[in-house]
Write a protein that binds this ligand. Structure first.
Ligand code: NAX
Length: 325
């Protein structure tokens, strides 16, 4: 085992933290040939709970975990990190509007962007904490030293939800469903593009001959799945979110992967304006970077759905424009 990396995880004592940290420490994410130093970040009032998680991580005696340390200071937690998984954020409370949540969580990502700017250089940042697209935009604006293409936000859970749903409907194994790209915002306006998706290499409509279901129930179920889980479980999705975050990271590490990933738009792809973080079909390249796949054909129906999500992201940007350095 030769390679050693440092991974910072924020919101380490939260639900997703409790699920993802053990899988990172086990070697599942970065490979059995890599040792991981884990830096856990929590707010001061909760750092004690993170210390409890750290004790459990030590008690697993994972060969792939080189160290685990807890911090309540972002600059210390991000020092020398190769990956920063920004999971921590305040959850949406009862009666709270999305716009309130954006204003509540925005400042966290100003601080964390600045801390990354000071403390890390060769780092890749994945934003999970909601509203994740706009939080990623805030963080990258406050972190001028790190290239914008090192920042992404997670829409892999939405893609996984959609793939699972199509596989159940078509009665095929989930691995037979691919190219299901979720476009836009990780919110109820996201568009899970069943028109470009493939089941066993064929158009979805060839196997699921129910266009009305695809255009209505399918899209709505993917968009509302998070709320449905809260209703059933009494808590938000955490293990599936952690699992999808692992898919997001492993896809970014594996050249040739094609997956849904929210990245900064430079204005050159699919007519999406510059200056928002938008979920596109992202293809990982050999040298650890990625490109936006340009081969997707969008119908008028898809374009309308994508426009709704684009407009929402532009409105979100307007709400936090004072936080963009
Ligand atoms: P929890 O409320 O269980 O945990 C969040 C943790 O973050 C708490 O322990 C809190 O103390 C900590 N925290 C808050 N502010 C912090 C800061 N400034 N620095 C460090 N830690 C901080 O939430 P959990 O279920 O773990 O979800 C975490 C985030 O993921 C939420 O914002 C949630 O909305 C978001 N999600 C995003 C998803 C996605 O697909 N992008 C799906 C799952 C999830 O809903």
């Amino acid at each position: 085992m030769t390679n050693t990396i440092r991974v910072a995880v924020t919101g380490a004592a939260g639900q997703i933290g409790y699920s993802i940290l053990f899988r990172i420490a086990s070697g599942e994410v970065f490979g059995k040939g890599t040792k991981v130093n884990l830096n856990l970040l929590e707010i001061p009032a909760v750092v004690k709970a993170a210390e409890g998680v750290a004790m459990e991580l030590q008690d697993c005696a994972y060969k792939n975990m080189a160290s685990v340390n807890c911090y309540d200071d972002a600059t210390k937690a991000f020092a020398g990190a190769h990956w920063a998984l920004l999971v921590g954020a305040t959850p949406r409370g009862p009666g709270m509007e999305r716009s309130d949540l954006i204003r509540e969580n925005g400042p966290i990502f100003v601080d964390q962007g600045r801390a990354l700017n000071k403390a890390a250089s060769d780092v890749r940042i994945v934003v999970v904490g909601n509203p994740c697209n706009t939080n990623a935009l805030i963080a990258l604006h406050n972190c001028q030293e790190i290239p914008a293409n090192r920042f992404s936000a997670m829409t892999a859970l939405d893609e996984n939800r959609g793939r699972a749903l199509l596989s159940l409907k078509a009665k095929v194994p989930v691995e037979d469903v691919d190219k299901l790209i979720v476009w836009g915002n990780h919110s109820s306006t996201m568009f899970a593009d069943f028109e470009n998706a493939r089941i066993k290499g064929k158009a979805v409509a060839e196997l699921i001959k129910d266009e009305n279901w695809l255009r209505t129930d399918f899209l709505k179920t993917v968009q509302q799945r998070g709320a449905e889980i809260i209703k059933a479980r009494g808590k938000s999705s955490a293990a599936s979110a952690a699992s999808s975050c692992i898919d997001h990271v492993t896809n970014l590490l594996k050249p040739g992967s094609l997956f849904s990933c929210a990245v900064p738009s430079d204005g050159s792809s699919y007519g999406i304006p510059k200056g928002i973080v938008f979920s596109f079909p992202v293809r990982t390249k050999e040298n650890g970077t990625y490109e936006i796949d340009q081969t997707f054909k969008l119908s008028q129906f898809a374009k309308e759905k994508i426009k709704t999500s684009t407009d929402e992201l532009l409105q979100e940007r307007e709400l936090i424009k004072d936080l963009l350095a």
